[in-house]
Design a protein around this ligand. Structure first.
Ligand code: AMO
Length: 424
């Protein structure tokens, strides 16, 4: 007999035999009958058994054979009667949380310690459904604009973002690092494909225990060639974010409803302000090097009040305090052609036009006092014809975190890695 998914049970002809597979979601022994609620990837179904029937404990995977029977009281108007239940694994241990309750009332440590079961709760699963839909939106938008998806190494020779927060590994007896970003590779790949994107894990040995940092996260990287400055890069980012929101709206409709979230509107042009003005709006001193989380919150509120936008682009960060590959503004090299995208008061994206001339890289490395040797294979690629280019990277967990307005990024990460956590 072919399996019937719980979501298709309402279409089963009353009186016909059905086979369900799923988990024991809930047992409800009553005086006259025992109700068994079965959960599969698509939803829930009710099975009616005789009073006193032996049913495996909650979360045990089971197979149920029986008869589809119309009952207006049952979810979807059809339940399974005359049923036989077979356990497909050992009886499950009692889960740390009661997964059949409509909401998951538990603290973060329990949620994370028992991730392999707590993510089964429909409210948890819904968060990842948003992530999965977002990934489809990211890829679809870029595919439609002539980008090629790439994959770059995660074992690398040098730090790309800053020396401090890299994980060192033993690479056949010599030191190597876990990639902090695909930055150097995506730039070199522009020389091959013009337009590339990558979805993959990146690693940051973040020494701080914050609600927005993970030691491993999913980076959605984009890089495109033949740009005159950072504006086309920001326009591409706008389209990508709009594509992600649209994909969530269409592909994860149930998750959006279940979580009761409001999807952001992406304006045809996301408002852009210069870093100098951002400091002023946030009430920060004019010589500040970067925006603090408090400044970002203030800017998020300002963008909402002033432009009705959940998104704000800040460009022109001080060159000296951005990554060395950022392109200075030729009109005033103190400022760079780099930007951050703030989403609901939190930095979601960093990007920039990059340097693309070999000579500029050599000069910048010297000015910053960086050694040449560890960067040689990267910067020497610029001797062989890399066009003007730029790109950006979106943090997937940050995106979902702000979408559902989770207080802590770990709540939307399947198996978070941080200062204290390497399992599960
Ligand atoms: P950056 O280091 O700013 O830029 O990272 C880009 C985006 O990645 C997310 N992010 C993080 N998410 C979770 N935990 C972390 N520890 C963490 N660190 C960063 C944020 C951030 O905005 N190579 C550049 C990008 C580029 O210019 O293309 C880079 O990696 O959402």
């Amino acid at each position: 007999m072919r399996r019937t998914l719980t979501s298709h049970l309402p279409e089963a002809t009353p009186g016909s035999p059905v086979l369900l597979q799923g988990w024991v979601h809930r047992r409800r022994p009553l005086a006259r009958v025992t109700f068994l609620v079965v959960r599969d990837r698509t939803g829930l179904a009710q099975v009616v058994l005789p009073a006193g029937a032996e049913v495996p404990p909650e979360e045990t995977p089971i197979e149920v054979t029986g008869t589809a029977t119309a009952n207006t009281q049952a979810p979807g108007g059809v339940e399974v009667t005359d049923a036989t239940v077979i356990a497909l694994a050992e009886p499950a241990e009692t889960p740390a949380v009661e997964l059949w309750r409509p909401t998951l009332e538990t603290g973060l440590p329990t949620l994370l310690d028992h991730a392999a079961t707590t993510w089964r709760h429909p409210m948890q699963r819904a968060k990842w459904e948003l992530a999965a839909a977002s990934l489809r939106g990211f890829r679809d938008t870029l595919d439609a604009q002539g980008f090629t998806e790439v994959q770059s190494p995660k074992l690398v020779e040098q730090a790309t973002e800053s020396g401090a927060n890299v994980f060192e590994v033993d690479y056949f007896g010599r030191p190597a690092f876990l990639a902090q970003s695909p930055q150097f590779f995506k730039q070199q790949l522009v020389g091959i494909f013009e337009r590339v994107y990558e979805v993959g894990p990146v690693f940051r040995a973040e020494p701080h225990d914050t609600v927005r940092h993970l030691a491993e996260y999913v980076s959605l990287d984009v890089e495109l060639g033949f740009v005159e400055d950072h504006h086309p890069v920001m326009a591409c980012l706008r389209d990508v974010v709009a594509g992600m929101v649209e994909a969530v709206r269409v592909r994860a409709e149930d998750a959006v409803v279940r979580l009761g979230i409001e999807l952001p509107e992406v304006l045809p042009e996301i408002p852009v302000i210069h870093f100098r003005d951002a400091l002023e709006i946030a009430g920060a001193p004019a010589d500040e090097r970067d925006l603090s989380p408090g400044h970002e919150r203030a800017l998020g509120e300002w963008a909402k009040a002033e432009h009705g936008s959940d998104f704000l682009l800040v460009d022109g960060y001080p060159t000296a305090h951005r990554a060395f590959y950022s392109h200075p503004d030729p009109a005033d090299p103190h400022w760079s052609r780099s930007f951050d995208l703030i989403f609901r008061g939190v930095e979601l994206v960093s990007g920039a036009q990059r340097l693309h001339r070999y000579g500029d890289y050599v000069r910048t490395l010297e000015e910053r006092g960086y050694p040449y040797a560890p960067y040689a294979s990267y910067v020497e690629a610029f001797k062989r014809g890399i066009p003007p280019h730029g790109g950006f990277a979106i943090g997937l967990e940050r995106w979902i975190g702000r979408l559902v307005e989770a207080p802590n990024i770990r709540e939307v990460t399947l198996f978070p890695r941080d200062l204290h956590r390497l399992a599960p």
